[in-house]
Design a protein around this ligand. Structure first.
Ligand code: BGC
Length: 346
């Protein structure tokens, strides 16, 4: 394993952004920016042995700063939506930045995706740290975060999130990598085979906000318990698909603790990614709101050109007692792990 670093560019306000590349013994590598702890590239071999970049991103800091789709970013304090940007904790109402219709999305106007993180480098891993002050985007408490991103010789990309707060607060962290296992910039992912260990998903309204209902996947387009092409049912005339303009839903993962939860495979390249996590849910988002734009190396990105596998607590958990709680108590240690393992399909 080795880590190389290069200056990637500068933010509009002059902060230097560094790109770190972790390369393993086979030559496969991941690149991560300290801006937003962003997964910038994931280059793994296809079935012919050619390194293929399976993660969408941009060539410049300016494009990441304008990034309306959160490409590759670490998301916090709270992934996905909080209804009306308000919640009550210990009898006190908190108002958050509202940045998605009437709701709060992905940490607000200046979430962790826009922070240049303090970074330390070891031989196979990057350690990122940040202190989010009391009141940041409306959230209570001083929150101390430390993240570890590692890559190993078995093409395991492991993301470890730790945090502690000096007051009761809510947290929900995820990574917003857009995967295209045929290679970034090669068009739609509707041919990708997806399998998700989930018997239930959480219903959304037309603003992609959970209604609180937990629905069975049985007999619905949301049944991915055996591998199915993402595009097979996506155009069906079904209310939940219509509300998300495709898949943009939280799946309730079977089991607890660190376990494999989903597998995605591109028939064209044979590249497969297995997602394992300690988290209770995963947002399967088929880039339904990804507007046309320029991607890395002059490629073009647009509608359904990627899929995000966002491990998480359920969206808007603060408003639904039947969802696992996203409350982090004062002094309690938050710890979640997600691993993306890249292999070749048999
Ligand atoms: C959300 C989508 C949103 C996208 C980009 C996903 O996690 O579920 O509704 O459009 O992020 O912001």
């Amino acid at each position: 394993m080795s880590v190389q670093m290069r200056e990637f560019g500068r933010t509009a306000d002059g902060r230097v952004v560094t790109c770190y590349r972790i390369t393993n013994a086979s030559g496969a590598y991941v690149e991560v920016l300290d801006y937003g702890c962003t997964l910038h590239s994931i280059c793994v071999p296809n079935r012919d042995g050619t390194l293929t970049d399976v993660c969408l991103g941009y060539d410049t800091v300016a494009e990441y700063e304008a990034n309306d789709g959160y490409l590759g970013a670490f998301i916090g304090r709270h992934a996905n939506r909080i209804g009306k940007g308000k919640f009550t904790l210990n009898g006190k109402e908190y108002s958050l930045a509202v940045n998605n219709g009437p709701n709060h999305l992905h940490g607000g106007m200046k979430g962790f995706d826009k922070v240049v993180w303090a970074t330390a480098v070891a031989s196979d891993r990057l350690l990122f740290s940040h202190t989010s002050p009391d009141g940041d985007e409306g959230y209570p408490g001083n929150l101390l975060l430390s993240l570890i991103y590692s890559f190993d010789d078995n093409n395991n990309l492991t993301l470890i999130y730790d945090a502690v707060c000096d007051a009761d607060t809510v947290v929900n962290f995820t990574n917003h990598c857009y995967f295209n296992l045929s290679g970034q910039g090669t068009g739609t992912v509707t041919d990708h085979l997806l399998q998700v260990n989930a018997d239930f998903f959480t219903e959304n309204d037309a603003d992609c906000l959970p209604t609180g209902k937990v629905l069975s996947v049985e007999g619905t387009p949301f049944d991915f318990r055996t591998p199915k092409a993402i595009g097979r049912d996506i155009l069906l005339d079904e209310i939940n698909l219509k509300n998300g303009s495709g898949y943009d839903h939280n799946f309730v993962l079977q089991g607890e603790g660190m376990r494999p939860v989903a597998e995605l495979t591109a028939p064209k390249t044979g590249i497969s990614v297995t997602t394992s996590t300690t988290q209770p849910g995963i947002q399967i988002y088929t880039a339904n709101f990804l507007t046309d734009r320029k991607g890395k190396g002059g490629t073009a990105y647009g509608f359904r050109d990627a899929v995000c596998l966002e491990t998480q607590h359920f969206p808007d958990a603060v408003h639904h007692e039947n969802f696992p709680s996203a409350v982090l108590k004062k002094g309690e240690e938050y710890h979640q792990v997600t691993r993306y393992t890249f292999t070749l399909a048999k």
